[in-house]
Ligand binder design. Structure first.
Ligand code: FES
Ligand SMILES: [Fe+2]
Length: 431
């Protein structure tokens, strides 16, 4: 009667608003300058290694163009990104430790969809659209006034709808529908909750809003887990969290994370601990081996030192150098020998992104009476606020009438990955 197939849970893709036109000055001019020898740089099929390094310099006097400005400002393109990126890729939603045991649950917003993430009775991660299969009431977060029975995840074993009390198992099966049993009953197997993919890596919980036919989380992550395998991320815990509300497009923030051309001017405190970031405009940084600190420094704190122990198992470089990863589409990792800073992006609109910055430490460090994360937090917070101020400035500037696209300097070539990543998923011609 009100059967809806699982695959129809996703919204109908909006019409493609991408520029199809021509003209050196038009937005579609972005599509024109790709030379055959450049195709791999910006638009080659995804390589195992997500962050590519340029193998050839751009032609003298030329720079690579960014995506056109409307990719950072248009509500239509943001809607397309929600459908084709954030509703189809594995998206980080938090830490597994937020769901420590069976029956624990979270409600998260992913691409505008309310999603219930929980652990079933076997302790496995599960996720569902927060929608009752009866008449569509939201299952979790609907609290009626008065002496009503509890709704949402109740008793650590069931999900009960506040409206007509349809009740589901933690695996999403309809297990009770009052007054609809017996000969006049319904086939409960047809009314399971709309499924969402759920998986975890490195202690981070991920969901996929279109799980049927989606590649595995491991396939999406590619080589990243192997590159940072010695960091014990899965067992780290958040010792502090800061939420930032940034008036900038998520790609502006990702592009900023991808380059250190800006570091010398924007981050004096950071560069005093990591002078390599300001050398040659951040060109030639060896992220595979890690970025060295100044002499005597080995971590991202104001002093470059800490009383926390380094993670066991790091190699000699990792004990004194800094590593980073951009895990598309919404997780950035910055790795020091004693802590990790994780940035989880929640795009809210073309010009707004909420960022949760988690400071992850070994649980035995957090358990110490003397544990004080402020040396890392203070250092990161000033660096973050410098970054967000710059990103908000970029967002305002690219909305200016004459600005049709920007340019990547050669040391910003890793941002070609963002151009490729978005272009491939949004179906830009030539990708
Ligand atoms: S809408 Fe949930 S039981 Fe009716
Ligand atoms: Fe920065």
């Amino acid at each position: 009667m009100f059967e809806v197939s699982a695959t129809s849970a996703g919204a109908t893709p909006p019409p493609n608003p991408l520029p199809q036109g021509e003209g050196e000055d038009g937005a579609a001019a972005f599509l024109l300058p790709l030379r055959e020898e450049d195709r791999w740089r910006g638009f080659a099929p995804q390589k195992e290694q997500c962050m590519t390094q340029p193998e050839t310099p751009p032609r003298e006097g030329e720079t690579e163009r960014t995506l056109p400005s409307e990719f950072y400002t248009s509500a239509e393109i943001f809607a397309l990104e929600k459908e084709r990126i954030f509703s189809r890729e594995w998206v980080c939603v938090g830490r597994e430790s937020d769901l420590p045991g069976p029956g624990d649950s979270l409600v998260v917003d992913v691409a505008g969809e309310s999603i219930v993430v929980l652990r079933n009775e076997d302790g496995q991660l599960r996720a569902f659209y927060n929608v009752c299969r009866h008449r569509g009431a939201q299952l979790c977060g609907t609290n009626l006034p008065g002496k009503v029975a509890p709704a949402g995840v109740v008793g650590g074993k069931r999900i009960r709808c506040a409206y007509h009390s349809w009740t589901y198992s933690l695996d999403g099966e309809l297990v009770a529908a009052p007054h609809l049993s017996g000969a006049d009953g319904i086939d409960r197997s047809k009314y399971s909750l709309y499924p969402v993919g759920a998986d975890a890596w490195a202690g981070f919980a991920f969901v996929n809003l279109t799980p049927e036919g989606a590649p595995s989380l491991a396939a999406q992550l590619g080589i990243i887990p192997r590159r940072i395998a010695r960091y014990p991320l899965d067992r780290l815990r958040a010792g502090h969290t800061i939420r930032y509300d940034v008036a900038a497009n998520w790609k502006v923030i990702a592009e900023n994370y991808n380059e250190c051309y800006h570091c010398g001017g924007a981050h004096p405190e950071l560069c005093s601990v990591v002078p390599a970031f300001r050398q040659n405009g951040g060109a030639g940084l060896d992220w595979d081996s890690g970025i060295p600190h100044r002499d005597g420094a080995y971590t991202f704190t104001m002093t470059g030192t800490t009383d926390r122990a380094p993670f066991p198992g790091l190699d000699e470089d990792e004990k004194t150098r800094h590593k980073g990863e951009l895990v598309y589409p919404n997780l950035f990792l910055s790795l020091s020998c004693d802590h990790a800073a994780a940035f989880i992006l929640h795009p809210k609109g073309p010009d707004r992104t909420i960022i949760d910055c988690l400071f992850l430490f070994a649980p035995e460090e957090i358990a110490r009476n003397s544990f004080d994360p402020s040396d890392a937090v203070e250092f990161w917070d000033i660096t973050n606020r410098q970054d967000w101020a710059i990103c908000e400035s970029v967002q305002r500037g690219i909305a200016s009438r004459p600005h049709r696209y920007g340019h990547y300097a050669p040391m910003e070539d890793m941002s070609l990955d963002i151009r490729r990543y978005v272009g491939e998923r949004l179906g830009l011609p030539g990708t």
